[in-house]
Write a protein that binds this ligand. Structure first.
Ligand code: DGT
Ligand code: CA
Ligand code: CA
Ligand code: ZN
Length: 571
């Protein structure tokens, strides 16, 4: 049981209470508790097991502590189920739409009789939403777009959710399997996964299958057999299990890791060499020439082993053949984080706590980049507040030996491309991340001009989460990517790969293209708590899928070289 699941259930409770229009303090107590639990570094199940006192956590009273215990013990929260039973079953799903929160759901339900996505779609298309409180034609069109977007992504899951589910399943299966691993898009670290593919070898396949179809959190069992089974988890994620023989493990892993396009290209190559490839092995006529390991299989095809992140048939087989595979960046090469937030804006921990956590991770530096004033909901800073904040960063740095805490800011790019803070204060910062947090839907030309203009400000070092997309929720901004990258290269501005698993922005394809155009990348977490510094792994997954090496990423540089690299060329 992980803390994030507890947090999710509490957030669901808060949403439902909010939709019902219940006491805002009660709603807030669940949200605060969700955040506390999510950010807590120890597994609460372990805390409970060791006789720890959950009410010692901030904002957790007796009632919430009992609910946490209930979730840990039963995997469920009865109170949430009761709440659900009191509302039309289609209502909570509306919250999955971009720009639709509990208040809107309540409004749509009470004033327009909307109780499902279908209903909402119809109401919006018939123009029945525009008269409602704070709704106009524009917001109505936004609803239609959000629904289209949601339908396009339906049935896919974020990588972090997939990895969390996968880790639990592997742990449960390990005792009844000789070998068990995740394959498919999860192993390739794609940003979203359609389903989860598990491959196992076992001397007791029926015990393995038994355990699999009875895993906790299973909602249904679409298929069950000695070599293939599938389950569907409560959240809707399907998990496929394939049981193979030990001497087929390599070829099976290769096959089920995919991608399908990579497999097809390998098979074509094999055919030209007079070989045949399947999940059972690589064969020349009747003779099996490889199958036990992936390395053996690639070797039989006269190729070096290709990292799973590259297996998309985007030139990796040709590169492997020519000995041109990149030496992909690894997490260990990252020496610091160049976007993080503190309590000065919407972060959860102090500058000092963030700095110490960076030190514990072995980093040489961390930039504290709180929001600027335009992001009012995040408590963004104005010039005066930022000046004071920069002093605090300096003071914290003195008390934090070993890690350099860099004075930074995440300054908003306003709709016209100017920045939200005056040059005089930006000049005082060591790291200026410029990002868009509003007006996401400008026409392409205007958006391109806006971003390019921001990049020409001589103090900007990094373009933060460049496309603004939110996975499965918000489409990227529309702009001329090539033109923006060329401007960034000319100005000496790095492009961010934001490692938050809801963003992964730039994505693999765009980051790769940016590198080809000569851009440097910065892989950052955008951490809002010290625990979130761990999200760096997701940024590195994306960087690897973008074929990046250490030298493409500025935060692999040691401090002095980084500071030199941040210096903008003077013209
Ligand atoms: P997903 O689940 O949509 O995120 O993507 P994958 O890549 O995990 O695809 P999935 O689950 O349908 O199948 C897992 C792997 O099995 C896939 O990457 C390659 C292999 N595979 C599945 N079906 C085929 C097929 O028809 N032909 C070939 N060559 N490979 C296949
Ligand atoms: Ca899959
Ligand atoms: Ca599958
Ligand atoms: Zn941001």
């Amino acid at each position: 049981m992980d803390n994030s699941r507890i947090a999710r259930l509490f957030n669901e409770v808060a949403d439902l209470l909010d939709i019902r229009g219940e006491n805002p303090f009660r709603v807030r107590s669940y949200r605060t508790a969700a955040r506390t639990v999510e950010d807590h570094s120890e597994d609460l199940a372990a805390v409970l097991r060791d006789g720890g006192d959950l009410t010692a956590l901030p904002g957790i009273g007796k009632d919430l502590a009992a609910k946490i215990a209930e979730i840990i013990e039963t995997g469920k929260l009865g109170f949430l189920d009761e709440l659900k039973a009191k509302l039309p079953p289609g209502l909570p799903e509306l919250l999955r739409l971009e720009g639709v929160g509990p208040k809107k759901v309540k409004l749509f339900f009470e004033e327009a009789g909307v109780d499902s996505i279908e209903n909402l779609d119809r109401a919006a298309r018939e123009g029945r939403l525009r008269g409602l409180d704070r709704m106009g034609e524009k917001s109505e069109a936004g609803i239609i777009r959000a629904i289209e977007n949601y339908r396009k992504h339906i049935g896919r899951f974020r990588l972090d959710d997939g990895l969390a589910a996968g880790a639990k399943i592997l742990d449960s299966l390990k005792p009844v399997a000789d070998r068990v691993v995740a394959a498919g898009s999860l192993r390739r670290r794609r940003e979203t996964i359609g389903d989860l593919d598990i491959l196992a070898v076992s001397s007791d396949p029926s015990a393995l299958t038994d355990r699999f179809v009875n895993l906790p959190g299973t909602a249904s069992v679409p298929a069950r057999g000695p070599t293939r089974s599938s389950i569907r988890l409560e959240g809707g994620l399907q998990v496929d299990l394939r049981v193979m023989e030990g001497d087929e493990f390599g070829s099976a892993l290769l096959y089920f890791t995919g991608s399908q396009a990579h497999n097809i290209a390998l098979r074509r190559r094999a055919r030209e060499m007079g070989l045949k490839v399947s999940e059972y092995g690589i064969f020349r006529g009747e003779e099996k020439v490889a199958g036990e390991t992936e390395e053996d299989c690639y070797r039989a095809l006269e190729l070096p082993w290709i990292p799973p992140e590259l297996r998309e048939n985007r030139g990796e087989i040709e590169a492997a053949e020519d000995g041109r595979l990149p030496r992909l960046i690894e997490l260990e090469a990252i020496r610091g984080d160049l976007q993080s937030h503190s309590t000065a804006s919407d972060g959860k921990e102090s500058i000092m706590e963030m700095g110490r956590a960076a030190g514990r991770r072995g980093y040489g530096y961390i930039a504290i980049t709180d929001h600027s004033r335009a992001v009012r909901v995040a408590g963004g800073l104005d010039e005066k507040q930022l000046a004071r904040h920069l002093e605090e960063i300096e003071r914290a740095g003195e008390k934090c030996p070993g890690v350099r805490i860099l004075k930074g800011v995440e300054v908003d790019i306003l709709a016209d491309g100017t920045l939200d803070l005056a040059d005089a204060i930006l000049r005082e910062c060591e790291v200026v991340v410029a990002s868009i947090h509003s007006s996401f839907r400008l026409p392409r030309k205007e958006m391109t001009r806006r971003i390019v203009r921001a990049l020409t400000n001589p103090h900007v070092n990094i373009l933060g989460h460049p496309t603004g997309r939110m996975l499965l929720r918000r489409e990227p901004c529309d702009f001329d990517f090539e033109e923006v990258v060329k401007a960034a290269v000319g100005e000496g501005v790095s492009l961010e790969i934001n490692g938050h698993p809801a963003r992964l922005d730039l994505n693999d394809v765009l980051a790769r293209r940016a590198r080809e155009l000569g851009a440097r990348l910065a892989v950052n977490t955008d951490a809002h708590s010290s625990a979130q510094l761990d999200l760096m792994t997701y940024g590195v997954f994306t960087a690897r899928r973008a074929w990046l090496e250490d030298r493409d990423v500025i935060n692999t540089l040691p401090l002095e070289e980084l500071l030199a690299a941040l210096n903008r060329p003077t013209r």
